[in-house]
Write a protein that binds this ligand. Sequence first.
Ligand SMILES: Nc1ncnc2c1ncn2[C@@H]1O[C@H](COP(=O)(O)OP(=O)(O)OP(=O)(O)O)[C@@H](O)[C@H]1O
Length: 978
Amino acid sequence: MTDQGDPSITRSDPSLTDADEVARALAVDPATGLTTAEVARRLAEHGPNELRSTRTNPLWRRILAQFTDPLIILLLVAVVISVVAWIVEGAHGWPIDAVVIGAIIILNAVLGLVQEARAEQAVAALSVMTRAQSTVLRDGELHTVASAELVPGDILVLGEGDQVGADGRLLRASALRIAEASLTGESEAVEKSAATLTAQVPLGDRLDMVYKGTAVARGTGRAVVTETGMTTEMGAIATMLDETREEPTPLQQEVSRIGRVLGRVVIVIALVVMLALALIEGINSPSDFVTILLLGVSLAVAAVPEGLPAILSVVLALGVQRMAKRNAVVKQLSSVETLGSASVICTDKTGTLTTNQMTIERIVTASGTVDLSGAGYAPIGRAAVDGRPLEPGALRTEAQIVLGAGALANDAQLAEHDGVWEIEGDPTEAAFLVAAHKLAGIVEATAQYGRIGDVPFTSERKMMSTVHRRADGSTVVLSKGAPDVLLERCTRVRVGDDVVPLDGARRAAALADIEALSQAAYRTLGVAYREAPEFGSLDQGGDVADPDESHERDLVYAGAVGIIDPPRPEVPPAIAEAHRAGVRVIMITGDHPATAARIAADLGIVEPGRATALTGTQLDQLDDAAFAQAVRDISVFARVAPEHKLRIVDALQADRLVVAMTGDGVNDAPALKSADIGIAMGITGTEVTKEAANMVLADDDFATIVEAVREGRVIFDNIRKFLRYLLYSNTGEVLTVFFGVVFAGVLGLSDASTDSIVLPLLATQILWINLVTDSAPALAMGVDPEIDDVMARPPRGLHERAIDGRMWAGIVTTGVTLAVITLLTIDVFLAGGVIPGGTDSVDVARTAGFTTLVFAQLAAAFVARSATSSAFHGLFSNRWLVGAFVLGVVLQVLVVSWPPLQVAFGTASLDWQHWVWCAVAATAVIWVDEIRKAFVRASDRRRAASGGGNARGGGTGVRDAGRALADGDGPRHPSSIA
Ligand SMILES: Nc1ncnc2c1ncn2[C@@H]1O[C@H](COP(=O)(O)OP(=O)(O)OP(=O)(O)O)[C@@H](O)[C@H]1O
């Protein structure tokens, strides 16, 4: 055997091989794992642990894809026809139109490619941020590494909620249950064991193996990695999963739908224009035909916003990047849209609304209350009774037991590094360690207790126990947990040095103490114990090895602690902001109802003094109708188990609400999947919840969710802005040509020298506007800052159209204005027509019209930034837009004045009077729209005054619901909760 291991082990069946044998064959010591150097070597040899299911898209294919748009194909065909016509006519000079249009198409393709690459880069960067992680043993230490870096021979350390990163042979398993549905379809989690199998069995029955892509539902274990990447069982079926392909978002679908509709409309318009031209002018030569054809096709290209999907993905991707910088890592582009329309946020309390910095401040036992001073994790503080400091060692026995047992029934660690006290593990547990260290004698007393077993904590059980053997060989069960839950397992209570029965009065007194602690916003935990001779060593009469829930009985209640977990300071303003935005906030916590209600009131989730919390037990008693009503009325749910979250999501969604739901534990995953936006905690969350979520909160902070909702709304607003802008421009161009040709006679747009009508725009000019000058402002609008106060309005319905009636009104108004000023400009400078007196040539007049149109469109970019606010509001707040405006003007000056471009685009030089006219005429777009917006605002004010469409409805609605509930009025209040 070399030190790289025996590769044949991966070919033989590791499930039939002894675990140590497998580890030996893979040349790894299960006690220390591989060395870093060896990992690097194996990674180079085996490649990353990834499923390469997606084919890479070669450049040529991506380039080709830029030309697959039907309109671009149409344009290419037209170019070919014009070249043919040019040849037929004797191939004099250059086929200028064909060359120019060809160049524009290529430029457009390049821009498309660049945008696509940017969007892809952003998405790829995200997938790096959200990639799965695994815990491994390397160099004798535990490390968290990207699962993609696992290699054969790695020792995987598995815990509840972990994703299994690679295939492996179990070395040990403790109550390990693995959910293998993704691999075998089996919905029940499978109980695993390290015992070697004796016969070959199907995948689902290989209990001594774990497989990539499955998840730890419960328990812990260690496994030696046998296969990675495509050679895993998941790799074998990976061709079936094309996981990275993204569904188009609802908005992207709507945009393609709009594109299709516009395409049809404009083809009709183009045909009418072409027919009108052919009839009025007649087709006397191939070049006449080509001119008409190119114009028709250009019109079609101009009207359909074919650049839109590309801009859309760039804007979504940039938005997602911006959100990631603010700690909200969104996994799919579509979630950005959904976030913007969230109408309810269901949030955990601990760590999300609070800082998760737990400090025990109070110990309440049968003999009274002890207060403990000190903050943070530094074990510095003193005990006091009724405000009088206690002498060291004078602490009552019960209080000593509470802290001592709490510190023993504990998986956390407290250590000092460079003068700073740090904790490892659950902060609730660490609080016991800190408190025990503050007082003399407790830590010393716990030293003689050796731990021999445990019954782990789960959110469902809300308690945990450990079994210890003392120096004298006696054994004891120590339990800590939610006091109300713990008391149900207690039959006796510690009073001073005595143990007395826990009769009705004593139980009531204990519960009252807990209630009082909870109402003071303390998180409460009880501590209990029992002598447990059944665990004694065999010669002492013990007969049990592994503890389970049945041993958590007949306990002696020692007392409870009040833990302060301060609210995050940024949360109350975030909740107020959510309410202002019509977003309801619901707290769902495992904590005590009184604690939950008090903190909810402190944070502003419900009105102070009116907070009511419903517990999981109460929820269980409600039928579906009462449950639905309760979820409508109540915003604080306490002592709930993860399955209640799922039921709450379903009830809210049945009311057509868009639900965001947070979670951290493995059992939260179904609720996160079911919610419209599942949000996993980045710090405390398990891999399984992160996998199930649409968004991961890097800082676990509630305020980040509200920030993400705002960002989602801003992004959606920006998408509407450039949709508006592109549709303004396109409508303007189409109407210009349509009116210009169809009403040429009325408008008198004719060339006196040849007696033919003057085309208001040439085909190349249309393409120039559409594919060159339009793109930059549209892109700039995608990163526009918040112009309208997006949090002042209620959430948008998930299926609400991006383009509503009001937007269409704006599109028609602006489109018509653009066409009118363009045609007017041509008319002014041309002899004859409606406005007589012009003296310019056709080329000059048309160039002036073209320039007016371009300037007016650039101005329209500012108009398009808001549905209601003035174009002058925040005029310079987007430097990209200002830059795009300047660029547009410069490009237009070039195309009008630079001789080579004059030839290409059929323009002629303008004098200063022309330029002034164009600039002034262009501003008409702004004035007309300012008038329209004034009407819109006035109508909004009227509607608000008459009580409809109040943007603050959601916020007050939540409060009203709370008030109605507290007042107990009306039929909306389910009687079973009262
Ligand atoms: N490590 C622990 N050991 C024993 N009991 C615990 C432990 N952690 C929490 N508890 C008890 O279980 C209860 C529920 O805890 P759980 O973790 O399910 O929810 P939570 O942390 O209170 O709230 P949230 O659901 O908002 O995160 C707590 O109120 C506490 O009384």
